[in-house]
Each structure stands twice: as structure tokens, then as C-alpha cells.
Design a protein around this ligand. Sequence first.
Ligand SMILES: NC(=O)c1ccc[n+]([C@@H]2O[C@H](COP(=O)([O-])OP(=O)(O)OC[C@H]3O[C@@H](n4cnc5c(N)ncnc54)[C@H](OP(=O)(O)O)[C@@H]3O)[C@@H](O)[C@H]2O)c1
Length: 277
Amino acid sequence: MKQVFLNNGTEIPEIGFGTWQMTEGVKKTVKTALKAGYTHIDTADIYGNEAQIGEAIEESGIDRKTLYLTTKIWNSNRSAAGVQQSVEQSLKKLRTDYIDLLLIHWPANEKQFTNWKDINAETWKAMEKLTKCGTVRSIGVSNFLVPHLTALLETAEVVPAVDQIEFHPGYTQSETVEFCREEGIVIEAWSPIGSGRLLKDPELKAMADRYGVSPAILCIQFCLQAGAVVLAKSENPEHIKNNLHFERFHISHSDMKALKNLKESGFSGMHPAKVDF
Ligand SMILES: NC(=O)c1ccc[n+]([C@@H]2O[C@H](COP(=O)([O-])OP(=O)(O)OC[C@H]3O[C@@H](n4cnc5c(N)ncnc54)[C@H](OP(=O)(O)O)[C@@H]3O)[C@@H](O)[C@H]2O)c1
């Protein structure tokens, strides 16, 4: 699988397997994904499925060292003690002694906290510490917009390796993407298919037909071609396989532009500066 270099010299597989909202049957689905050849799995404390993912990996017999595991610190653990406790739990559940990539799941935001900068800075400091003892190989953020990143960089010793943001046709967060490019932060695309909402978009469907691919594959190729690491989710064995092994193709410049400007039919409705969770 093609790898993408991160700013700390490590590599991340360009396609990861998403596991959000996957609890029932997640063990079986992750085993299917591992068998299909995925080496990169994206989970989070809040998904409530780390233990089943740990079991799936162990039962698959695949060497842990060949896998890339991402998990995330939930909002209730945005503190030094919270990070420590959350990572200890994640390690236990995932049945591993290190995490490849640890993310702050959502920034403490300006809507909820007057001291949001301090909360994010303290959380980040604790994560930096974990990279020094090898428990965590790389650290990054998720759902950070330019103001959150700018504030974090004022005190950070380590520049985030990635920013995992909502990114798909019709919702591409150009300002954040441009800022990350300048700072050497890799973009990871969450909900590349808009959690399935984009499959119904007629314009996208027509373009997919023109390229002779499915709308889902057009979304994944769009994200890859835009330079993002892609996290796609599926519970269907055929889709799981196709999303990883489809023949790469080239989307023309004008079609990339049209996909970028597609109407926001895939948007989740979750804006990092406005959410109250
Ligand atoms: N950091 C964050 O805050 C955050 C937020 C949201 C998501 N994420 C991450 O991003 C991952 C992906 O996002 P997502 O879970 O919202 O879903 P998604 O990957 O955008 O879309 C999943 C939907 O697309 C369908 N699908 C997938 N491949 C398909 C194919 N080849 N053909 C037809 N349909 C297909 C799936 O149905 P089938 O099961 O039928 O294939 C499912 O309904 C998450 O699982 C999670 O790991 C992170």
C-alpha cells in the first residue's frame, strides 16, 4: 500500500479503515478488512469499539508491527491526567503497547470555553510527553480549524503530524487545508463519502458514470488526488475490498474543481467552532 510521509519522518498508509458508528459486528468487519489487506485502522475512545478491534487484530494472527493504529482522546479527557488515563485504557483495549497515531478528537472551542487555548495546550503537552517514551509514535489533531492550530502552535514543541478533518466532494475546508500544507501537516479526510450521503448526489453519480466507477470510488479518488490520507468505512465485504484495491485513475482538473464546488449535500453539520459536545 502506498505510504504518505509525515513531518516526523514516519509513514502512514494512504488509505485507512474507518470504524465510527461500528459497534455491532465490528470484530468480524475488521477481520474482513484485515484479510482484504488494510493495514491502517482508525478508531477512537468514543467509538466504544477499541476492545473488539484489539480482539480482531489478535485473532487475525497478523503481526501488530505491520499495522498502523490511530485512536483519539475524547473531549472529557482534554487534560494531562485525562490523556494519561485515556491512553492506558486504549492500549489495554487494543491489546498493544504502542499507538501509531494519537489525535485530539475535537478542539476545546471558543464557544464553550474561555480558556480553550489552555485546555488544548495542556492536552497537547501531555501527548508530546507520550512520544518521548515511545508509547505513541506520532501525534496529531482532528477537527482543528486555523484559529485552533495557530493557538496550539504558539506553545507546541511538536508540530501536529496530521489534522483529521471532514473532507469530501462539496466540503473541502480550503482555509484549513492551505494552512496545514504550509505547516507540513498532512490532511486526513474523514467521511470521504459523506457517511453515505454523497451516494445520492445526482451530479456526482453522473460524473462517476462518466469515469466508469461507483460514486464511492470517485469520492475516494477525489480525496487521494487532493493529497489527503483517506479514511473510508464500509460494512459490506465487496465495498471493503473495492475501496482499497480499485484501479487508481486520474480525475481531470475541471472535474476536481466541479467536485470541490459540488453542493454541500454530504456535510455532517458538525462545525468545530460551533459544536457543544
Ligand atoms: N475525527 C472525526 O471527528 C471523525 C468524524 C467522522 C468520521 N471519522 C472517521 O472517518 C471514517 C469514515 O467516515 P464515515 O464513517 O462517516 O463514512 P464514509 O466512509 O464517508 O461513508 C460510509 C458509508 O458509505 C458506504 N460505502 C462505503 N464504501 C462504499 C462503496 N464502495 N460503495 C457503496 N457504498 C459505500 C457505506 O455503506 P456500506 O457499509 O454498505 O458499504 C456507508 O454507508 C469514520 O469511520 C471514522 O473512522 C472521524
